[in-house]
Design a protein around this ligand. Structure first.
Ligand code: NAD
Ligand code: MG
Length: 442
C-alpha cells in the first residue's frame, strides 16, 4: 500500500516539476522577447495604444485601424518587440504562437531559450527555401546553432512515409541526436511532415513551426496534428505532437500566390462563422484591405483565428469531446468536392468555401438559421471566391464521396450547422436532406 502511495506521490512530484519547467520555459520566452526588444532601435517601439489595445475595429471608412482596450482578454498580447502572442494553454504541452512582421530573423534567439543541442534540422521545400531559407539559417547561426538543411519536394503528393524516411536518413547522417530540434519552414505540407518526423525521430525531438502560408498560419501549425497521407486516404498516419512555439511571420505572405492566399481566407471565414461574429463582420467590411494584404488587417484576422483555434484545441486536444469537430464546418461537402475532383481542380480552401455555402443553406433548409444569416454567408464567400457549386456533374458525384465520410453512421451524418453567425452546433442529419440541398439549382 505504502509503495503504491509512494509511487503516486513521486508521479505527482514529477508532474509538478514538469509544470514548473513549463512555467520557466514560458517565462524564458517572455525574456527572449524582452531581450529582442533591447536589441532593437527605439523607432521599433510601437505606439502606446498598440501595447494596450484589445479588439481592433477597423472601420471601412477609415483606412487607419482603431484600437480599443480589452484585446488581451481573449489571450492575444502584443509585447514591446511588436509581435502578437497567443498562448495555447495545454499545461506542460502548452506553447505560444508569435505573430508579426520580420520574425524569421528572431528564430535563433527564441530557440536559444530552450534546452536543445546546437545541431538542428531545418525542413523546407525549394519554393519556400528560395525566399526564406537564408534568413532562417543566418538567424540560427548568429545564435550559435549549426543548422542542417533538409529540402523535400514541393506538393501534397510527397506528404507520405517515403519522404519521412528520407528525412530520417538525412537527420541521422547529420548526427541530429535526441536533444536536437526540427524547424518546419513552409506551408501545411511541410509542417505536417516535419511535425510527424519530430514526433517519431528517436521517439520524439522538439520542433518549431514556421508557417509560411495563410492556411498554415491560422490552421495547420496550431493544435499539434501532425502526419502524412497513405495511398488509401489523406492524413491517415499521424500523431498529436505539440511544437515548442509557432512563429508566424506575416511578411512571408507577400510571396504567396493569390489562389493560395484566398484559400487560406476560407478557413478564416469559417472561424468567423463558427465562433466570432466580430471577425465575420471585419472580413465583410475590409475585403479590399485584406486582399491587398494590408499588414494590420492581416495581423488582426490571423490573431483572431489563432485564438479561436487555440480555445477549441485547449478543450479538445485529441479530438475526443467532439468540440474540435465544429472546425469541420464546410468540410463535409468541401472534402467530397476535393475527392470527387481528384484533388486536382480546387484547392482545399476553395472547396471549403463552396462547402460552407452549401452547409449554410442546409442550416437554413432545416430551420436552424434564418434566411438573413444564410445570405450573409453567401455574400461573404462570394466576395472572396468566384467559384460556386454549379457544376451539375460534380453535384451528382458528391453523394459517393459523402457516403465515405468518417462522420457518417447509417443514413445519418454528423455535421456542424449554423444557428447564427458566430454560433454553430453539431447535428445529426439525414443524408437525403444534405443531397437535396446540394442538388438544387442555384
Ligand atoms: P502547402 O504547404 O502545399 O503550400 C501551398 C503552396 O505554397 C506550396 O507550393 C508551397 O511551396 C507554397 N508556399 C508556401 N509558403 C509560401 C510563401 N510564403 N511564398 C510562396 N509560396 C509559398 O499547402 P497549405 O495550404 O499551406 O497546407 C495544406 C496542408 O496542410 C495539407 O496537407 C493539409 O492536410 C494540411 N493541414 C493540416 C492541418 C493540421 O491541423 N495539421 C490543418 C489544415 C491543413
Ligand atoms: Mg480545412
Amino acid at each position: 500500500m505504502e509503495l503504491a502511495e509512494d509511487r503516486i506521490q513521486k508521479r505527482e512530484d514529477r508532474c509538478q516539476m514538469a509544470e514548473d519547467r513549463a512555467q520557466r520555459t514560458d517565462n524564458q520566452i517572455i525574456e527572449a522577447n524582452m531581450s529582442l526588444r533591447g536589441s532593437e532601435t527605439t523607432e521599433a517601439i510601437p505606439p502606446a495604444q498598440k501595447l494596450f489595445g484589445v479588439s481592433w475595429g477597423i472601420s471601412p471608412q477609415s483606412p487607419q485601424p482603431t484600437f480599443s482596450r480589452g484585446r488581451n482578454e481573449r489571450g492575444g498580447q502584443k509585447d514591446a518587440s511588436n509581435m502578437e502572442r497567443v498562448n495555447i494553454n495545454l499545461g506542460v504541452r502548452g506553447y505560444p504562437v508569435l505573430i508579426g512582421e520580420k520574425l524569421l530573423s528572431k528564430t535563433g534567439a527564441l530557440l536559444n531559450d530552450y534546452e536543445i543541442s546546437k545541431k538542428v534540422a531545418v525542413i523546407s521545400n525549394p519554393t519556400v527555401w528560395k525566399f526564406y531559407g537564408k534568413q532562417v539559417i543566418k538567424s540560427l547561426k548568429d545564435a550559435g546553432f549549426s543548422p542542417v538543411k533538409i529540402i523535400i519536394p514541393d506538393g501534397e503528393r510527397y506528404k507520405n512515409l517515403k519522404t519521412v524516411e528520407k528525412i530520417y536518413t538525412g537527420m541521422l547522417k547529420a548526427g541530429i541526436d535526441r536533444k536536437g530540434c526540427v524547424i518546419a519552414l513552409g506551408g501545411g505540407v511541410v509542417g505536417d511532415i516535419a511535425g510527424f518526423v519530430s514526433a517519431t525521430y528517436m521517439r520524439g525531438v522538439k520542433y518549431v513551426q514556421i508557417p509560411t502560408t495563410l492556411l498554415a498560419q491560422v490552421d495547420a501549425s496550431i493544435g499539434g496534428k501532425t502526419g502524412v497521407d497513405h495511398k488509401l486516404g489523406k492524413n491517415l498516419i499521424g500523431a498529436f505532437y505539440q511544437p515548442l512555439f509557432v512563429l508566424s511571420d506575416i511578411s512571408t505572405l507577400k510571396t504567396l500566390p493569390e489562389r493560395e492566399f484566398r484559400a487560406g481566407l476560407a478557413e478564416i471565414i469559417k472561424y468567423g462563422i463558427i465562433r466570432d461574429a466580430e471577425l465575420f463582420d471585419f472580413l465583410e467590411k475590409n475585403a479590399s484591405r485584406i486582399l491587398i494584404r494590408d499588414r494590420e488587417a492581416l495581423e488582426f484576422i490571423i490573431r483572431r483565428s489563432c485564438e479561436i483555434k487555440a480555445r477549441i484545441v485547449e478543450q479538445d486536444e485529441r479530438e475526443e469531446t467532439g468540440l474540435r469537430s465544429i472546425l469541420n464546418f464546410g468540410h463535409t461537402i468541401g472534402h467530397a468536392i476535393e475527392a470527387a475532383t481528384k484533388y486536382r481542380k480546387y484547392l482545399h480552401g476553395e472547396a471549403v468555401a463552396m462547402g460552407m455555402v452549401a452547409e449554410a443553406e442546409l442550416s437554413g433548409v432545416l430551420g436552424y438559421a434564418s434566411g438573413e444569416e444564410i445570405e450573409k454567408v453567401r455574400r461573404i464567400v462570394g466576395g472572396y471566391f468566384e467559384r460556386s457549386l454549379e457544376d451539375e456533374l460534380l453535384k451528382k458525384k458528391l453523394l459517393t464521396y459523402i457516403k465515405l465520410d468518417k462522420k457518417k453512421a447509417g443514413e445519418l451524418i454528423k455535421i456542424p450547422l449554423i444557428l447564427s453567425i458566430g454560433n454553430v452546433d453539431v447535428k445529426k442529419i439525414d443524408l437525403k436532406k444534405l443531397l437535396f440541398v446540394i442538388r438544387r439549382k442555384r
